[in-house]
Design a protein around this ligand. Structure first.
Ligand code: ADP
Ligand code: NA
Length: 332
């Protein structure tokens, strides 16, 4: 009974990576034009849960919008906007702060990772982050959310908040949103450490491939990527205990829209001396048009602001009645 609606967001918390592209942006673009409405957001209120320099943040919000559009998100087909421009997100988040339990928040692994040892000194916003994320999604009664593997736990919390709200107020007001964690690139790993995800929020990892990297930088990062010395097997079974090799094969497959088995069928028996240059070629071919379009969009910041402003108006039209109804249900 809920309108099929897809929502997802990306934080303007750093330069976007190949992980963000394959796990999120590329899929956002592919989901357009189906039966579901698509609503995409630059989640700046999430970014400020850790310190952001205001001038850098302003720039990264525009860069985020440029990256969405360069990756194929069309602001005429999708609603593309910046979170802080639609006040329903923050207001709904407060309502959800009263629904969610403190214990749910303390269990979030991202909070533990980002807060580190001195968690008493983390911002309160970092702890409450998943309630804001639930608000982002449920303010549109979104039925599905495409995300990478790292967001799975937060999405479960969104479902918990929706279910508790519906139960407490005895009304099917919010959908139990489905996570769309699909494809071979739902968790792109760091090129220097196969046990960590590639993340824009980890400034210490110089191995990550950024959407603004030129062809030489991409090729060099792939050449330097950590691997073992064995030749490639003929199918993915053979990559079981080889996380670095599996990561590179998955990246190739996702970039080339092939299955990992199809990639391995071609490279069986070859070493990384052959595979890495081939991967670099595929990566440059996929990413260089995006890098170029991003920089074209960035040449006209006023146009980006206009597009985001228009997107915010459309988002607001959907969000406001749902927020108002939520308040009414709660007796506000
Ligand atoms: P980051 O973790 O890089 O700071 P965000 O938290 O803003 O990125 O996440 C934006 C989207 O990109 C989310 O859907 C997230 O799951 C996805 N994502 C982030 N890193 C990766 C990765 N290494 N592999 C696949 N998807 C990723
Ligand atoms: Na993340």
């Amino acid at each position: 009974r809920f309108t099929p609606r897809i929502f997802s967001g990306i934080q303007p918390s750093g330069g976007l990576t190949l992980g963000n592209y394959l796990g999120a942006l590329k899929r956002f673009a592919a989901l357009q034009g189906n039966e579901s409405e698509t609503i995409y957001c630059i989640v700046d209120l999430h970014a400020i849960t850790v310190w952001q320099d205001p001038d850098v943040l302003r720039q990264r919000i525009r860069e985020g919008a440029a990256a969405f559009m360069a990756s194929g998100v069309d602001p005429r087909q999708s609603i593309l906007f910046n979170q802080s421009q639609v006040s329903a997100h923050a207001e709904m988040a407060w309502l959800f702060n009263t629904v969610a339990r403190v214990g749910w928040m303390y269990r979030m692994t991202q909070f533990k990772d980002k807060a580190g040892k001195n968690s008493e000194n983390a911002s309160l916003g970092l702890l409450a982050y998943p309630a804001l994320m639930a608000a982002d999604i449920l303010t549109y009664q979104a039925t599905a959310v495409p995300v990478g593997e790292d967001q799975k736990q937060h999405l479960e919390l969104t479902r918990d908040i929706a279910a508790k709200f519906n139960h407490d107020y005895k009304i099917e007001h919010f959908p139990i949103t489905e996570p769309l964690i699909e494809g071979v690139a739902t968790r792109v790993m760091s090129l220097r450490d196969g046990s960590k995800k590639m993340s824009k929020s980890d400034p210490s990892d110089a191995s990550r491939i950024n959407l603004t990297d030129d062809a030489d930088a991409i090729a060099q990062k792939i050449r330097k990527a950590r691997t073992d010395a064995d030749p490639l097997p003929g199918n993915v079974e053979g990559l079981k205990d080889r996380p670095e090799a599996r990561n590179l094969v998955n990246i190739y497959a996702a970039l080339a829209d092939e299955t990992p088995d199809a990639v391995l069928a071609r490279f069986e028996g070859q070493g990384f001396g052959v595979f890495k240059p081939a991967l670099a070629e595929v990566a440059v071919e996929a990413l260089s048009p995006i890098t170029r379009k991003m920089s074209e969009f960035m040449d006209d910041p006023a146009e980006i602001d206009r597009i985001l402003g228009h997107g915010a108006e459309r988002a607001d039209e959907l969000a406001t009645p749902i927020l108002e109804r939520t308040k009414e249900i709660m007796g506000l």
